[in-house]
Design a protein. Sequence first.
Length: 213
Amino acid sequence: MVLAIGTERAEAKCGCGADLLTTSVAEGQPRIVVAASCAQKAPTITLEDAAGKSVAIAVTATHDGYSRSAQFVVEPRRTLLPGTYKVLVDGRYDPLPLTVVAATKNASLPAWSSAPSVTDQKQMEFGCGPAKTVKVSAGTASLAYVELVDVSSKQQTAGYVRVENGELAIGHGMCGGAFELMKGRSYTAAITLLAPERGTSSMSRTVSFTYAP
């Protein structure tokens, strides 16, 4: 199973794998976000250009998630020009394709459709554990950076989630995911919408909720 940050995807069984959350980025030295399951330690991540030549990179941030899931922010040491690249991660047979597109002058910012609000909550029971999801309205973006705070414990976790059809999902799947949720607990999420393909981001907005699926 490839780790699915959006927990609406079906989960048949648990397995280890990797996923690229930034499949398209603007040229330059973009942030590339890799999600990995079974991440007991940071995997070896490499970047190759279309000719198979290695590009030096650095892991600049790590975000630990639920059940040994983790996200790694990778930045190239040199400027990436438009073209096709490959991200290779330990434990995954197929390389992850990365498209670098030309930068756009005065690129538009991601736009919120409205103030963020909870549109749905779910908990789906599986053999190895439940999948928990809180859906939040977002806007015109492909990715979001979420800083989640448990109101009672003040514990903070952070990570990236995809934006699909104007919404994002905070939570985790049966095997792993970016955020752990507990029934009856109250949370506050600061959300920044991102457009990696344009290299732009929105102002952060906050939504509060009690997890009660």
